[in-house]
Design a protein around this ligand. Structure first.
Ligand SMILES: *Cc1c(COP(=O)(O)O)cnc(C)c1O
Length: 403
């Protein structure tokens, strides 16, 4: 086994080598200006990222969780509301919903894309909600709380099926806030509009994370809200900066949720390369698909619908013998991950939502079978061959057919 080369799950060292000089220059600029928070480097990045995402506004914030919380609050989600999302996401999605004062309401996902199933959304809205004649708003029958927003998560770098989600949202006057934290540059072909749309440009607002491991990552914490709504954008500007409309004039209580200038400078230097990096991830994904073609009976491979151009933040396969497969890959020096092992509705943090196993069977089954393989732009062909040959050996020796 010692002869097997190491294939790390993620490599955050190699991609930053080319930027050392740039990053030092950015640090020097910040030192010379004593501009550490906000300022021209943040404004430059906001303009460039809005341009990248295809939106009119981008507001840099401290991290992706803040981005989601500010987007929800600025869009008008209030204390006591229900906000619909999926159970198989990172907990930041539901933390932001709760921190905005609302209660998360889960609907199950599609078994092939792992994203929100529009049919399940429709079923919930039609069968478990009703319009209250008193206020004309949609209410959940069981809790009588108003249902005010939907948060589709573009999981693993692939957009949720937005046309039918937006259609349902429009029918019931729900806000749509995209969790685009894993989907920088992902695209969706909207039949409604007859054109490709970027992640973060389709809802009322969207949240991005620039956590180091994301497709676009800072060298620390960072995030952004994108939107085409200038009123919503102004509210996010205030929320990130203690509710100020100008210095020491507080229209409301906000937060300390601003973006550092140095992180913005770093992000701007890296953003230029993001389209090429995403393209390389897609090439790597296609190479994996070719290499794994003969395993298609035992391993479920990622599914990209014709309306999707995914950016493969994470490359996820499924196996009924996931834990054994993982163990064997790890012992062969191949890094893997599980995104995520326990669905949110079964986490201790959400005991108060009174869910039980079986409530969201598609998400639950996925959680027990998914395995994330090494995926990044710098992953070499040789490394992918190493992963593939190990997978071949493991699957042939241990894994019975799925289905
Ligand atoms: C990373 C992530 C977040 C949160 O971003 P942070 O920058 O870590 O706060 C939210 N949602 C999803 C789906 C994520 O992957």
């Amino acid at each position: 086994m010692n002869s097997t080369p190491h294939v790390p799950f993620l490599d955050l060292i190699t991609p930053h080598r080319q930027f050392e000089e740039d990053f030092v220059a950015i640090f020097r600029t910040a030192l010379n200006r004593a501009g550490f928070i906000g300022g021209p480097m943040v404004e430059d990045f906001e303009r460039e990222f809005a341009n990248f995402a295809g939106t009119q506004h981008c507001i840099g914030v401290a991290n992706g969780t803040d981005a989601l919380r500010f987007a929800l609050m600025a869009a008008g989600v209030r204390g006591g509301d229900l906000v619909i999302t999926v159970p198989n996401t990172f907990i930041a999605t539901t933390e932001a919903i709760s921190q905005a004062g609302a209660l998360p309401k889960f609907v199950d996902v599609d078994e092939r894309t792992y994203n929100m199933d529009p049919a399940k959304l429709q079923q919930y809205l039609e069968q478990e909600c009703q319009i209250d004649p008193a206020d004309g708003r949609l209410h959940d029958r069981e809790t009588s709380r108003p249902v005010t927003a939907v948060v589709p998560v573009h999981l693993y770098g692939q957009m949720a099926d937005m046309d039918p989600i937006l259609e349902q949202a429009q029918r019931y006057s729900l806000l749509v806030i995209e969790d685009a934290c894993q989907a920088h540059g992902a695209e969706y072909f909207s039949k409604q509009e007859g054109r490709w749309r970027k992640a973060g440009s389709m809802g009322d607002a969207a949240a991005f994370s620039f956590y180091p491991g994301k497709n676009l990552g800072a060298c620390g914490e960072a995030g952004a809200v994108t939107t085409n709504n200038s009123v919503l954008a102004k509210m996010v500007y205030m929320l990130r900066d203690h509710g100020q409309s100008q210095k020491y004039y507080h229209r409301l209580e906000g937060y300390n949720g601003r973006l550092d200038a140095i992180q913005a400078g770093i992000l701007n230097a890296k953003l230029v390369h993001l389209p090429a990096w995403n393209q390389q991830r897609r090439l790597n994904a296609n190479r994996y698909l070719d290499l794994f073609a003969s395993l298609a009976d035992s391993i479920v491979l990622p599914f990209e619908p014709s309306w999707s151009r995914a950016v493969y933040h994470i490359f996820v396969v499924r196996s009924q013998n996931r834990d054994l497969l993982r163990q064997q890959l790890e012992s062969a020096n191949i890094g893997t991950g599980i995104h995520y092992p326990i669905p949110l509705h079964l986490q201790d943090a959400y005991l108060h939502l009174s869910h039980q196993a079986g409530d969201f069977p598609v998400a639950e089954k996925a959680c027990s079978e998914i395995l994330s393989l090494p995926m990044y732009p710098q992953l070499s062909e040789e490394q992918q061959h190493t992963v593939a040959s190990r997978m071949m050996e493991c699957v042939q020796s241990t894994v019975p057919a799925v289905r």
